[in-house]
Structures are given as C-alpha cells and as structure tokens.
Design a protein around this ligand. Sequence first.
Ligand code: LLP
Length: 432
Amino acid sequence: MTGFTRDEDGRLLIDGLDVAELAESYGTPVYLYSGAGFLSHFSQFRQAVAPKDAPYQTKVHYAVKANSALAILSLLAQAGAGADIVSGGEMQRALQAGVAPDHIVFSGVGKSSDEIRAALSAKIGQINAESPAELHLIADIAADMGVIAPVALRVNVNVDPGSHAKISTGQRNTKFGISTDDGEAERLYHWLCAQDSIKPCGLAVHIGSQLTKLAPFETAYQALLELADRLRENGCDVPQLDLGGGLGVDYNCETTPDFDAYGKMVARIFANRGYDLGFEPGRSIAADQGILVVSTLYLKDGADKQFVIVDGAMNDLIRPTLYEAYHKIEPVLMNGDMSQEIKSGQITADIVGPVCETGDYLGQDRQLPSITSGDYIAVRSAGAYGAVMMSNYNTRPEAAEILVLDGTAHVIRPRRTVADLLALETNPFAAS
Ligand code: LLP
C-alpha cells in the first residue's frame, strides 16, 4: 500500500510503515516522505502530458525548489525527470543527484554572472531569461567563454492565476517575465535570435503556484501560442514552449491533482502546432507525498480558545503563517471514536509551536479529538515547500527528513543539532 493510509486500528501508515513508530525512532519534528508517492505522481504527470500518441515532444523538469532533497532528485532523475532550477545551488544539487545537464532549465529573475558562467560551463539545457539586462549579460558571457548559450525568453502574459498574492507571478505588476505588451517580448526575441552567442530555445511562461482552476493556464497558454506563432511567421526559430508549473493540490487530502484534465487542456491548445513542450511541476508532484510529524507538548486553555502546543513550529513549516495556508492536521493514532469526536468538535484549538511569535501556528481553530501530551500529530501535504523553507529561527535546528521506499525508511537528511548550527559561526569576541 503506497502513500498515506490508516489501518483498522486507526494507525497512520506511510507506504505501509507505522508513522508513530518512525516518529518514535527518529524523533520529532520530522518530515516523512513516500518515495512511491513521488514516483507515482511523477509518472502520472508525465503520462498525462505526454501520452504515447502525443503530437509533440515533451520534457518534464521537476521544480527542484518544491523539495530539493538529493535523494528525491535522484529518484526522480532515475525515473526520467529533468530539473527546473532557480539558483547555482539548485544546479549543484541537481547535477550531484544525477540529473543530466541538458535536462536542466535555469529559471529566475536574478541570476548572477557567476551563476550564468557556471550554468554555461555545465552545459545545461536552457536558461530562461527574464529581463533585457540579463539577456545582454548572458550573450556577453557566452561570447567571452566562446560558447553558445541556449536561451528561452520568459514572458509575462498578464494573467491573474487566482492564487495567493505572494505566489502569483503572472500579472504585469510582478517582477516576472517580459511583458507581451507593446511588442516588448517580440523585439527582445528578435534580438536574441540575432546573437551569435545565443541559440534560441523558445518561450517560457509560469503564472503562479497552487492554481486550482485550469482557466488561467488556458488563457496564458493561448497568449503564449499567439506570440510564438507571430515570431515564427516573422522568421524566428521557436522550437519549444515551456509551460511552467503551477498545478494546485487539495490540501484537504480528499483528491489528488487532476493531471489528466491538465494534459487534455494542453493537448487541446498545442496539438499539431509544431512546438515541443516543457513542463516544470513542483507542488503537484511533491505536496501529497510528505507529512510533518510533531509531538504534543502541552494543552493550554487560553482565555478565549484552546491551544495544542507542539514541538514543531513556523521554522519547520512556514506556509500556514506566510501564506495563510491550510494544512490538514490529524492525530497519528485515530483510535476508537476519534473521527466521531472530530465531527462533534471534541476540542477546537490552535495548533501552535514554541516560537515566540503569535504568528507561530500550524493550524487555527481546528477540530481535534481529545489529545494528550505526548501524542503525535501529523501535518499533511507538507512534501512541497515544507522542509525546503525551514529556518533556524529561535536557534531551532532543522527537523530530520526520512524517505520510505519499498518498506525501508531512509534518513535522507539527519536532524541538525544546536552544535551543528553554532559550528557555522565564528566569534572573534569569545571569552577564552
Ligand atoms: N517554474 C517556475 C518558474 C516557478 O517559479 C515555480 C514555482 C515552479 C515552476 C513550480 O511551481 P509549482 O508546480 O510548485 O506550483 N513557497 C510557495 C510556492 C512558491 C512557488 C514558486 N515558484 C508555497 O509554499 O506555496
């Protein structure tokens, strides 16, 4: 049995292993991942966008930022995934994990000249340029190195993805892409095609993350296609369209992403138009495959509400407080009438951590069954943008990350200790 299930005694299992036993062995807070889940979502995505009879070539570049653990990158690379990266650091990770360089796409608005040089030296497959200044720098660096830079232009098609403001990238007022208004993107693409040190790779678009509707994708893709057709009519080489990531997940854990509906929409727009397609899914591959397990420290009756104080905090999972994000929260062991108790709202509480901020919560006003100190609690759908966004705030060492594959639990990132953190600093003023 893969993914997260419950046995008849109400125990939460991950790929068949007992979550409570794993929490006991590895301590809390701890991230647990389903290796089979990652592989299955990746292959479902790939099948949906590249069915056997697909009338275009496709490449799927997993968005490393969603969950960049080396072990996960290696698993996905072995299953055929490329990598979408946004920093020199992510490039090193992807290469070290075994992703083929020509299967790497470098996105992001602020690549430094060192990062551009490193990307060209590594011979990565594509750099997505996002501003005229960056494009000029890439051309100059490539000429200086005597190489040809494979470059796509990321465009901004001014589409509201209908997601949280902080993770919406498609509108004109964001820092992303080159505007398709007033011929700006068109002019720049012509310029790019005329450079000896640049090989044009096509256009890229990414309008945001956690999109729960297909309509904004469709609007953005139509705009992209129109621009690409116009460029081709005017003699430009536009081999590929990079359609970004963004497919949302159901944080209530009731449904999995509808990869097929997405794939069908893509086929409707791009079939027989003569473009190769690239994809950069992150969240839709990773989110459902991970949980953060925390332990209950105390129950506290506040003046107005109850608090379940746990040992995991905003430094372990910042999404709830940063994006007002909902993550389903449930006891690891749900025995007896607990689901009944949840329905009847045995307790309604905020699940909070030890960090000294009111914004330090994993969930607010949640209905839970009767919980006691020491109980394990699972924060669901934490496989994407969870561990990668951990910090050491309040000098809290990062949680361990454990990946389960074929019935074995692998420590893929050991828990940090306070000594590890302090060893990263130098103190010229220490009393000797
Ligand atoms: N491609 C580009 C250029 C991106 O900027 C992103 C995500 C992706 C692909 C992958 O998108 P996905 O399939 O994961 O939606 N920390 C935030 C999410 C930030 C997403 C940033 N860009 C969160 O926790 O919700």
